[in-house]
Design a protein around this ligand. Structure first.
Ligand SMILES: [Zn+2]
Ligand SMILES: [Zn+2]
Length: 149
């Protein structure tokens, strides 16, 4: 099974002068395919089934290498672990306080990057971070309520 993301992952690695080893390709492919903002542990758990030779150290080193190259970025959510995102264009994250999932959300909001605040500060980076109960958990909550009646 070859996903279209395999060649995309290879291309990205090559354009950053990173040797496209099978493990690096798989890790990047996973990040490009699943927008779940995984931690290194999540990546290891998922990929070790498919790649039995994969070690945790390799996953950590690969993430480190991708972060340095700017292929992925760390996301700032309320979590003890570092979680990463292969979508590097600015977007907003929503963390569910019930299930802990981190979602990409669309927001109708004009970016302040490149603009000046009222005080005259020039904005170069903007990070918006939302928390609450995700739509899935809301649905499950309703089901549970009905069952209790
Ligand atoms: Zn949830
Ligand atoms: Zn994201």
């Amino acid at each position: 099974m070859k996903s279209p993301m395999t060649s995309k992952a290879k291309e990205i690695l090559k354009s950053h002068d990173i040797q496209p080893s099978i493990q690096r390709i798989k890790i990047l492919e996973f990040l490009l395919t699943h927008r779940v903002h995984p931690s290194a542990d999540d990546i290891f758990q998922t990929l070790s089934m498919e790649l039995p030779t994969l070690s945790k150290t390799t996953v950590y080193n690969t993430i480190e290498c991708f972060l340095k190259a700017g292929i992925i970025k760390p996301i700032h959510v309320n979590s003890r672990e570092l979680r990463v995102d292969a979508f590097i264009e600015p977007h907003v994250h929503f963390t569910c306080l019930k299930c802990g999932k981190v979602y990409d959300v669309e927001m109708d909001k004009t970016s302040l990057v490149g603009k000046k605040t009222k005080e005259g500060h020039l904005v170069e980076k903007e990070e918006l971070y939302l928390e609450g109960v995700c739509s899935e958990c809301q649905k499950n909550g309703i089901i549970r309520k009905f069952k209790n009646v």
